[in-house]
Write a protein that binds this ligand. Structure first.
Ligand code: AMP
Ligand code: ZN
Length: 335
């Protein structure tokens, strides 16, 4: 079983998972070329090579699944059905840690190996959003975890080990530092100015012309203080804490926005690697009624983080977000 260890000096939490070191990687070494899809456990027809499905969603008219969710075969965090909470580790003072209590699921986004987010139809992308929302809701009902994170690694440079289109869900035993920070920022704006922080950010990016895509329900924008080149945030116009509570129309709109962001990147740069992370309000914050506006961050891997970023938590960005927004809009128009 993995362990969650916290460094007392930096406050940084690390999942120690030595047994995951040997998990398969289907990217050929040193290149983004893929190996034979015939070996891929996520392809249609290879369902017996993964744990059993927890959710299967077919597109209307399809006999078989389009999106399929199952437990990660090499989970970073696990919890047995009867386990209620993590166990404190017997750590040498001043270290602290707990058992790696949580959930790690794989969300296979398509039965086809060579599909990409940019190539999904709006209906297909909506089905993916439906799966995300259903799993977030499911673990909220389970009640044992304060927080879930959904993320997507695309391309080797973004940390992906499998090339078949997929995203992942991790439920954590406590709210991670990044979300604790965001919650604090939302609470401060609500206390000091009585408004939602992300709604204010959207107003500023509307006025500044940094919008990449907008259908009136969901916006893709290039934030004024983007931490890296061509960084995008995808946000619903309506202020809501959790994607789990999105209406069917909002989920369909998010599907369109996701595809638009991937097409904008593809149109501007071709097959660039990227990470995508859903920032949903931690369940504990939802129960406490804390202010939050869910959103998605898209981080293209156009530059490497180096010593300064690691040492300071301060990022460097060589592309003006206004220029990035224009390039992404042009990229989207070209697709
Ligand atoms: P990534 O490393 O971001 O590409 O995510 C792929 C995930 O799939 C990894 O976390 C692997 O542990 C997981 N994985 C690899 N093979 C299987 C399999 N046969 N069944 C379930 N999960 C798998
Ligand atoms: Zn495949």
């Amino acid at each position: 079983m993995s362990e969650l260890r916290q460094d007392p000096v930096s406050g940084v939490t690390t999942v120690l998972e030595p047994e995951r070191a040997g998990r398969p990687r289907d990217f050929v070494r040193m290149a983004d070329e893929l190996t034979d899809p015939g070996d891929c456990p996520f392809c249609a027809g290879h369902e017996d090579r993964t744990p059993p499905a927890r959710l299967e969603l077919p597109l209307p008219g399809e006999a078989s699944w389009t999106v399929r969710v199952f437990e990660n075969l090499y989970p970073a965090l696990t919890a047995g059905p009867d386990e209620e909470w993590p166990r404190e580790l017997d750590a040498p003072w001043p270290y602290r840690g707990t058992t790696g209590f949580g959930v790690h699921e794989v969300i296979v986004e398509s039965p086809r190996h060579d599909d990409t987010l940019a190539s999904y139809t709006p209906e297909h992308a909506t089905l993916l959003v439906d799966a995300w929302a259903l799993r977030i809701r499911g673990w909220r009902e389970d009640g044992r975890f304060p927080c879930v994170l959904i993320f997507r690694n695309f391309g080797r440079a973004a940390g992906a080990s499998m090339s078949h289109p997929h995203s992942q869900l991790i439920a954590l035993p406590r709210v991670p530092e990044a979300l604790v920070h965001e919650l604090g920022n939302f609470s401060q704006e609500a206390t000091e100015r009585g408004r939602c922080l992300l709604c204010a950010v959207l107003s500023a990016d509307d006025a500044g012309g940094r919008i990449v895509f907008d259908d009136g329900v969901t916006v893709v924008h290039s934030p004024w203080a983007a931490p890296s080149p061509y960084f995008m945030r995808i946000s619903p116009r309506g202020c809501s804490a959790s994607l789990a509570d999105a209406t069917a129309a909002e989920r369909a709109s998010l599907g369109r926005a996701l595809v638009a962001s991937a097409r904008a990147l593809h149109g501007a740069f071709g097959d660039v690697a990227f990470n995508l992370v859903v920032h949903d309000a931690p369940y504990s914050a939802q129960h406490a009624g804390l202010p939050f506006h869910w959103h998605i961050e898209v981080l293209p891997r156009t530059s490497d983080q180096a010593g300064f970023e690691w040492g300071s938590g301060v990022y460097t960005n060589v592309v003006d977000p206004d220029v990035a927004a224009a390039a992404l809009r042009t990229g989207l128009a070209l697709e």
